[in-house]
Design a binder for this molecule. Structure first.
Ligand code: NCD
Ligand code: ZN
Length: 348
């Protein structure tokens, strides 16, 4: 196969940051994707519809309008989010979900939920109006091993919440374990999951290959190879519950290559090509369109994109680094390495 034409994909989980950073990262996502679910973990976090709409305008100002990129906004759930905010979000054509970060779980999660009981009323309203809850599914108890935090979250938090509110629509974001794959597979049709390129391509050994490699560090952290195998099987299975979400999370090279490096992997530069690599290696290129372009909009109840993109079978080298704010650089996933598929046309 020399060319691969797909319905234009969407990214159902991306971090675009704010301010000057937008100019460096929004164009990369807008070049590949028609739409993206934009994470609200700014400082301060995006907690109101008003704040989300202003952020949306700043994102749109950072991209070429001809691309027609549509940011799909989300609100950040805190202990004090009220049901009225949920109703306003549902009424807005621009806000599509609410993001739940357990406080302390990851980058900019300090304002997140400290105790799930604090938000049960709000989650009930979300179920009532059918507004999706996007979940960072890791417990924050440091007594729980970092590699077990997702599994424990399913048992301690997610299962009990869904027992109490069975109608809640949930996207289990950036799943990393066989446990999460099984949980989502065995749940009702309102439970879906996103899967990142890094969790499909790598396992935890890649963080320590010949030394410590900060550009492979993200949260949830890479897991054992058998978990990667389960994710690969889920992503390529055609099961409509699983869809593309890069979790592309830009941090400057300096803040990654530090004695306490930030969590987050930047993949927006070549996201669809990275997924093509994964699907080809699994002999499942015919399943890429469902994962990248159909399952997400169907889950969110949004229309399918009508444009297409074309990838060509062509070996090319990813840049070593990309420009970022000031003198900072961004190191993309697989920097300086080669890929065998390249996005060549975007009929968007
Ligand atoms: C994300 C970030 O940098 O905002 N980091 C990451 O490792 N994925 C936050 C998140 O999604 O956990
Ligand atoms: Zn994320």
């Amino acid at each position: 196969m020399k060319q691969l034409t797909l319905r234009k994909p969407d990214d159902w989980h991306v971090h675009l940051r704010d301010g000057e950073s937008l100019n460096f990262v929004v164009p990369a996502t807008a070049r590949q994707f028609a739409r993206a679910i934009v994470m609200p973990n700014l400082t301060p976090p995006v907690t109101t519809v008003e704040h989300a709409l202003a952020y949306r305008e700043r994102i749109l100002a950072a991209t070429d309008p001809k691309l027609g990129f549509e940011p799909l906004m989300t609100l950040y759930l805190t202990d004090v989010t009220d049901p009225d905010t949920v109703r306003q979000a549902k009424a807005s054509p621009y806000v599509h979900a609410v993001k739940y970060y357990p406080a302390g779980a990851t980058t900019n999660s300090e304002s997140g939920v400290t105790k799930i009981d604090n938000v049960m009323g709000v989650l009930e309203t979300m179920a009532e109006v059918d507004l999706p809850l996007l979940v960072h599914g890791e417990v924050t108890d440091h007594g729980v091993d970092i590699f077990d935090r997702e599994k424990v979250f399913i048992h301690d938090i997610l299962e009990p919440v869904l027992q109490r509110i069975p109608d809640l629509r949930v996207v289990f974001e950036h799943i990393t374990t066989r446990d999460a794959v099984e949980f989502v597979t065995n749940s009702n049709a309102r439970i879906g999951a996103t899967i990142t390129p890094q969790h499909l391509l790598f396992d935890r050994n890649d963080i320590f290959k010949g030394g410590i490699r900060p550009h492979y560090y993200c949260l949830p952290i890479l897991k054992r190879s058998q978990h990667r195998a389960a994710l690969l099987e889920a992503a390529t299975s055609g099961n409509p519950k699983f869809f593309l979400g890069t979790d592309s999370a830009p941090h400057s090279q300096a803040s990654k290559e530090s004695s306490c490096g930030c969590a987050g992997i930047y993949s927006a530069h070549s996201a669809i090509e990275l997924y093509a690599k994964v699907f080809e290696a699994a002999d499942a290129l015919d399943q890429l369109e469902a994962f990248a372009s159909l399952n997400g909009p169907n889950f969110y109840g949004l229309k399918l994109n009508t444009e297409t993109i074309t990838l060509a079978r062509e070996t090319w080298q990813l840049p070593k680094e990309l420009p970022f704010t000031g003198d900072d650089k961004l190191i993309p996933l697989l920097a300086d390495d080669t890929l065998d598929w390249k996005l060549v046309t975007n009929h968007g």
